[in-house]
Ligand binder design. Sequence first.
Ligand SMILES: Nc1ncnc2c1ncn2[C@@H]1O[C@H](COP(=O)(O)OP(=O)(O)OP(=O)(O)O)[C@@H](O)[C@H]1O
Length: 618
Amino acid sequence: MGRLRVLAPYLLLAVVLTIFPMVASTSLVNLGVYVLIFTIAAIGLSLLMGLAGQVSLGHAAFFAVGAYAQAILVTRYEVPMLLAIPVSVAAAMLVALLVGLPLLRLRGHFLALATLGLGIIVTVTVRELEYTGGTSGIYGIPKPDLGGRVYNTPAEYFWLLAPVVLVSLALAAKLTRSRTGRALGAVNDSEVAAECLGVNTFALRLRVFVLAAGYAGLAGVFYAHWLAVVSPEAANFPLSVSFLLMVVLGGLGTVWGALTGAIVVEALDEGMRDLIPQVIPGASGEVQLLGFGVVLVLVVILMPGGLAQLWETVRGRLAGRSADPGADEPDDAPLGPELDALLAEADVPEPGATVLQVQGVTKRYGGVTALSELDLHVEAGEIVALIGPNGAGKTTAFNIITGVLPPTDGQVEVRGTPVTGQQPHVVAGLGATRTFQNLQVFGSTTVRGNIQVARHLRSRAGVVRGMLGLDLAEEHTIARDSDRVLTAVGLGHQAERPITALSFGQQRQVEVARALALAPTVLLLDEPMAGLSGAEREHLSAMLRRVREAGIAVLLVEHDVGAVMALADRVAVLDDGVLIALGTPAEVRVNPAVVAAYLGVDDEDQQVVQAAAEEVQQ
Ligand SMILES: Nc1ncnc2c1ncn2[C@@H]1O[C@H](COP(=O)(O)OP(=O)(O)OP(=O)(O)O)[C@@H](O)[C@H]1O
């Protein structure tokens, strides 16, 4: 039943694509050919923008590379079409790899600008080079001839393209539902959280950038054969804008948006071509581009989710379902055997072995020293609390340990391996992960989806396996393990809910569960009790004791001093970036420097510290 639901849209589309050329006029089928060609390119851009969150203003550059490579291969070297296709697609992907390596280190609008520049470079290059035919381009590209059958008419070409579009769509859609797709979705929601769960964001983005270029290159190939000529316009900015419009109009959330977007943009294009000269006599293509710009702005303002969002709303209304299915019955016995099984997965050394070593770590921001020569270590099976007034440097210490920030000076080792200056995913790979003071849940998915990302390092499937569906057994294991994690921490009844439907405290608990799902050796928790009810705090404390018993090392930043004193084996106190005390809770409680540091700070914390000090003095 589930499989039929997945296949149904493709079957329906196959039927429509088969019938369309039989019933539509030749000019409409001709338009349909362009829709299908551009759909292939837009699917690639949809993956890049929707999945990897990267805006490209130069997608047409890869389209042109594919088109030119195919034109050169079949006209100059007489390479058979079927043999030339993979080479041309590979050429587009190779260009993407070469430019992606430096470009993808750029973020946001810088990447958009850089890809815009790439489009200009390709346009100028093919226009200036004699080899690529200069301004007139390359002529005489034959219509496809497969096994003696020539695809000459619009209908024939449409039927040739239809299966290519169907397969392209299916592969891309499968990728979005794979391990890679989940990881990229997580990167879009919170790059830092995804990295700290072991997701190598740069490598993933690069792969999707290259893949997107492959789709564009393939579209370029079919474009070249259909038009019989390729000219520098193929790499032009207006075409990149059209692709962008297709993806945004169709909706970034789904690759199907590429198809609907391509249909609407091509229809608009035709409409504008007729309409604009009537409204503005003598108007040129530039005015058409302006028209596209206006549509793009209107879509972004009025319908940011594109047609896909509209469709989802209609479908939800028709089915009478809300976005949040609500919670099931609460789990009977949280923290049961499932938690033992999860904790047993952690690769921990013998109790007492140092798993985290911080040596002389200093962090300066200009004139501000956020952290000054911090020395700290955490052993297996130990909870060390890091406390201190606001601005003491606790979060800075976490950021440096987990690779989110490089230190100005000093060393960090996880299980004896130096990790200073390494990316967070490398640190996570060694078994150290964290939660965040400011919640960093993956807001576009469910509670289960959040946990599944944390199983990234415990699974292997890459882009190709994900696209081809060769990851089914692994996907089954990830889903099963994620549900076990949720049951283990008492959140099984929330699995199906969008994470954003949960209360702040519950989201915090999911974040802790997500970090545990990595089966870490070292767990760093940044104010995990903040926003939790009394019962939830007790539940979390009980869980952390079990985590300690399992031999996992815990570094805990927490403002709830009472909870810290009850839980921690050792307490480190920071004040103004300086470690002012380190010892057992009993020792730290009576340390005059600690009492002084808390004076005039949070009333509640101050009372706890002072009451404890008085108690010991009596
Ligand atoms: N990006 C930055 N640029 C400049 N100063 C910074 C930056 N990040 C942190 N700081 C400063 O470093 C010091 C330590 O900040 P940090 O966030 O680590 O403290 P904290 O102990 O975690 O505080 P809180 O309990 O309020 O979260 C503060 O004085 C803060 O203003």
